[in-house]
Design a protein around this ligand. Sequence first.
Ligand code: ADP
Ligand code: MG
Length: 266
Amino acid sequence: MSSQIQLKNVSKVYGKPGSPDAYLAFDAVSLTVAPSEFVAIVGPSGCGKSTLLRIIAGLMPQTSGDVLLDGRAVDGPPEGVVYLFQQYSKSLFAWRTVLDNVMFPLESAPRSERARLRERCIGYIRQVGLAGFENKYPWQISGGMQQRVAIARALAANPRVLLLDEPFSAVDALTRMELQSLVLDLWRENRFTAVLVTHDVEEAVFLADKIAVLSHRPTTLAEEIEVGLPRPRDHIVTREDPAFLSLRHHLMSSLLGDHARTRAHA
Ligand code: ADP
Ligand code: MG
């Protein structure tokens, strides 16, 4: 099978369609994501990126169109699909240690399995660079480290598909770059399919194989771009690659173009 996620003409209306308060979040979005592909969805704030990701995750139904995972219609949160939220500080349990947060998805496993799973989770904590912090509480570590815990917990759920909703937007610029490289390493090692929502054009180009660009309202899929930059990617080398700069230019013009011109003439 060549596609793992398939969106066919997906539209979302908030409120009752046809009623005065009906609000069209986006219209007729079609997109396919292949197994182990890294796809970024970029678009301006409020264009419906999070809505689209929640629909893929089965957390919310679409109004029309088809959403398929491995060829089957999504009608609730599917097994093996993990959602990484933007607000990690809200997604971690403050009263649980790092290790107990990471073990959370494995809570329902039989008692006889616990020692083995505990070792596995300690391995994930090491993979995200937090060895030695297993017994700390979220409030004892930095924001970037908390997001690493959230990433380790996502790994513990052994995702086939990892959905990331602006996962680095709440950390400082250097931490963001470290976390981007971490996610690329984990993606290469664990071969899950990744769908990342972001308003950050450079982040999309740096991480993705393919970028889906959502337009300003009324939102539709404006274009799909194959990135094609060599891997492994590196912040210093990749970001200076002429192909990186040309993609960045193209995406910035497409997302910012109208606003930039309006301001210049104001
Ligand atoms: P993005 O993630 O691109 O910023 P969202 O998907 O969060 O955009 O929201 C898209 C639009 O849908 C926004 O205008 C937002 O106000 C609206 N919206 C989001 N969630 C709801 C909701 N639960 N009910 C009504 N409108 C919503
Ligand atoms: Mg959003």
